[in-house]
Design a protein. Structure first.
Length: 100
């Protein structure tokens, strides 16, 4: 099954298909701080920090924090799908997404 990623801040852009597992993986990429520039999201919506997204894309990896030990991080290589999604995100300047 495929999930579609819609660009809420650029509705003219065609949605980007991702594997269904991205419904869980999106948590690695979402922007979690609430502020005026990033109002709270509706269910299935997420903000992505484009500066951070560029770093992930350039590095080809993300840093994950262990749920058991917040002081230790693990570097995880991006999958081809995640790399393609970040490329789509950055090419179009998409920061607010919805999964369907």
């Amino acid at each position: 099954m495929t999930v579609l990623v819609f660009a809420l801040d650029h509705p003219e852009i065609a949605p980007h298909p991702m594997p269904d597992r991205f419904r869980h993986e999106v948590a690695y990429f979402m922007y979690v701080r609430s502020e005026a520039a990033h109002p709270p999201c509706q269910p299935g919506e997420y903000w992505v920090d484009l500066k951070q997204a560029q770093e992930w894309y350039d590095d080809g990896a993300i840093q994950l924090v262990s749920p058991l030990d917040s002081e230790n991080r693990t570097e995880v290589e991006l999958s081809e799908e995640q790399e393609g999604w970040l490329e789509w995100l950055l090419a179009h300047g998409v920061a607010h997404i919805r999964l369907e």
